[in-house]
Design a protein around this ligand. Structure first.
Ligand code: AQP
Length: 334
């Protein structure tokens, strides 16, 4: 069977981008058609300035939201990265496989390092090596497919390179995985700044729809979305990024393979498009928000799911990571 792995960083509250770009597909498709693992990648949240209590809280919230969104622990494995040591064990071997120049080429590193340098505390070394830990997350499980948004394709490419290189040097240990970005809404943009991705860690929140936003907040954010100077509703990511972003979101809400350019033809004004999009997003998120309220009222349930998930993940990862240790030349412990 196909093995799927994907993750979400507890760096902020989950957004509509996370949902349309990743989580919804995990729920609707991936968990039904494959052996799928979904991970709250908390170690990755430590690569930038962080508040310990907040990361802990957001990790639990992310897990609860994944369950609220419909991940079924009977069908897939939901767990927290730091609960399974195999990720960091393997990351070190992959650090011995990757090169520093490869790391410095990563677009996300360049962008985030620039941001962190402004903060005055320096850039954490882990921000540079982050893609290697991500590669370990994926390769530890013999993953075939990585369903992620567009922003992660460069990291999955690196993961493929590292898997191939390791296999060539030390023998066949890893499966070479591939990224599977969604057909629509692979990159949901910030409603106030359609040139940048809607990211959960961003400080300016007026252009970000969070999964737990109340309906009136969602409506307000979408109605105030930046649109473009023209007045014709057309799908053109270059010339009309604001309107095109709304069309992407609405097409994704409708689902069923509707394309954003087809959606465009149904609207005569920006106002009408915004109103329809706001309604669609509110209805999309309503059940998730409601179930989250129930699930988060039962922390023991969430803890139980995460404990069982970590146990299963450990069992899957350990033999492969042990083989990698042997293949690379480390002496087995007796
Ligand atoms: N805007 C988005 N559109 C489509 N997919 C997205 N994803 C994230 N943002 C969008 C996908 O969601 C999954 C989890 O990714 P993440 O936890 O790295 O998400 P984030 O919200 O981007 O978090 P940060 O901390 O705000 O990230 P960065 O590092 O970008 O600053 C992934 O599958 C991702 O593709």
């Amino acid at each position: 069977t196909t093995r799927i792995f994907s993750g979400i960083k507890p760096t902020g509250h989950l957004t509509l981008g996370n949902y349309l770009g990743a989580v919804r597909r995990w729920v609707d498709e991936d968990q039904h058609r494959a052996d799928a693992l979904f991970c709250v990648v908390d170690l990755h949240a430590l690569t930038v300035a962080h508040d310990p209590a907040r990361v802990r809280r957001l990790s639990r919230q992310a897990a609860s939201l994944l369950l609220a969104a419909g991940l079924d622990p009977e069908r897939c494995t939901v767990f927290v990265q730091s609960h399974v040591d195999e990720h960091t064990r393997l990351a070190y071997l992959l650090e011995c496989t990757a090169t520093d120049s490869e790391m410095r080429r990563m677009i996300q590193y360049k962008e985030k390092a620039a941001r962190e340098r402004g903060g005055g505390d320096g850039v954490r070394l882990s921000l540079l090596t982050y893609p290697v830990l991500m590669a370990a997350d994926i390769l530890a499980y013999g993953t075939d497919e990585v369903p992620v948004g567009d922003d992660q394709t460069q990291h999955v490419e690196l993961t493929r390179d590292l898997a191939r290189r390791f296999n060539e040097r030390y023998g066949q240990v890893f499966t070479v995985p591939r990224a599977t970005p969604p057909a629509v809404a692979a990159r949901v943009m910030d409603l106030q700044d359609p040139a940048s991705k809607m990211g959960k860690s961003h400080a300016e929140t007026s252009g970000i729809v969070y999964l737990l936003d109340e309906p009136d907040v969602v409506r307000r954010k979408i109605m105030r979305a930046v649109t473009d100077s023209g007045s014709v509703v057309a799908y053109d990511r270059e010339a009309q990024p604001g309107v095109s972003n709304l069309l992407d979101v609405l097409a994704a809400c409708w689902g069923g393979g509707v394309r954003p350019d087809e959606v465009a033809g149904r609207f005569g004004s920006y106002g009408a498009l915004k109103k329809e999009t706001a309604d669609a997003v509110v209805e999309l998120l309503r059940p998730v928000r409601e179930r989250h309220a129930e699930i988060s009222a039962d922390p023991e349930y969430v803890d139980g799911v995460l404990a069982a998930g970590a146990e299963r993940a450990r069992q899957l990862a350990r033999p492969r990571v042990d083989s990698a240790y042997r293949a690379i030349g480390l002496m087995p412990a007796l």
